[in-house]
Write a protein that binds this ligand. Sequence first.
Ligand code: EPZ
Length: 420
Amino acid sequence: MDKFVIHGGRTLNGSVAIGGAKNATLALMPATILAGGVSHLYNTPALRDVNTMSVLLRTMGVVAELNDHTLTLDTRGINKFEAPYEHMKKMRASIYVLGPLLARFGQAKVSLPGGCAWGPRPVNLHIEAMRKLGAEIELREGYIYAKATRLQGGRIHFDVSSVGATGNALMAAVLARGTTLIENAAIEPEITQLAEFLVTMGGHIHGIGTSRLEIEGVADLHVSDITTIPDRIEAGTFLIAGALCGGRTTLTRVIPAHLTAVTAKLEDAGAVLHTTTDTITLTAPRKLVSVDVTASIYPGFPTDMQAQWSALMAVADGTSVVTDSIYFDRFKHIPELLRLGADIEVKDNAAVVRGVRSLTGAKVMSTDLRASASLILAGLIARGTTEVLRVYHLDRGYEAIEKKLHALGADIERVAGEEF
Ligand code: EPZ
């Protein structure tokens, strides 16, 4: 398992190109199941999770090839309708094949997800949505057995805003007979892009970008191509790196409108930001100001950014509270930040961060994707050497992050090797 070795204290300056959005790609890939043919997903990031999804689709008979950030998917040979536990336990987004398999083939056998690094992550909303569209669902031996001769349009009202359940409901409804209404739909940019992709495939969807989606089912869809939107979480992570390390960092190939909650909070913390249509330039403050954040659904502050925010606040002037209103126990990074000298206390679903003058390097362990990102960020400013172990967690959602940070001036290298 690889580790990163970081010598902290370097100033970051320069420009970094942001890659395609992981969470858009993980929805767009299963969406291609809905039509037989060859699709091209441009600006696809080379990530472990993308590879995991490709391997899953290949087991179903899809030909999937990623070449220089273009993912080509041939869905004419699908002959298996199953997402086995082996894949689900690696990546919860495997559940995204449920809706399209039901819609196009009338059957699906999808493993229930196990736990994840932070507590249970149920899929009841996915299952209820499929039932609302007429699917027969049986839960047996850890699997969802689903079948439907033809899905029927219906009214789906989500009690909780769910990115994944909205995605599955959309991909099922586009081929259902009749009209489907989805209320309290997630409006994250990745779901908006999924809806747009389905429309280019011939789907009829109204209200895209709002929490009320109306879908008129069609008999069939055709293949299409799309360019994946930039990854707003990778962008936010690099902005925090710039704010932490001093200097001036420019992000290119971003959509500033997708991360307004993050940029607003960075300005409150003292950073100076300048945006154009597809760039954000951040000038770091001399001293960071403590700022509270509450992670919530889009367009609020993303839960996928709350660990990185705690790393920033760890060396800010004052005390801040970082609350997560979506996941109540997504704080596995805190004990590792404490090893670096941070002063943070977790109370229920909030971390109380008391800024300290400096952090000191140590060996720390990655536990999940965004927790790993917060440890990298802390290592960039910790005095001395920080070793972040088990960076395969990071490789799930960040493409060559160490190379991008190194190009900005960080002293960071990947050390391949034995069990760390
Ligand atoms: C997506 O996960 C993202 N993953 C997550 O990003 C992100 O943290 C999350 O949305 C929230 O923004 C992908 O897009 C692949 P949800 P998802 O369904 O769809 C509850 C990352 O780091 N819920 O919006 O699984 C759930 O427990 C990953 O890139 C139910 O109760 O999240 C949570 O409290 C981590 N029942 C809330 O809804 C359900 O059936 C939001 O979850 C489904 C969800």
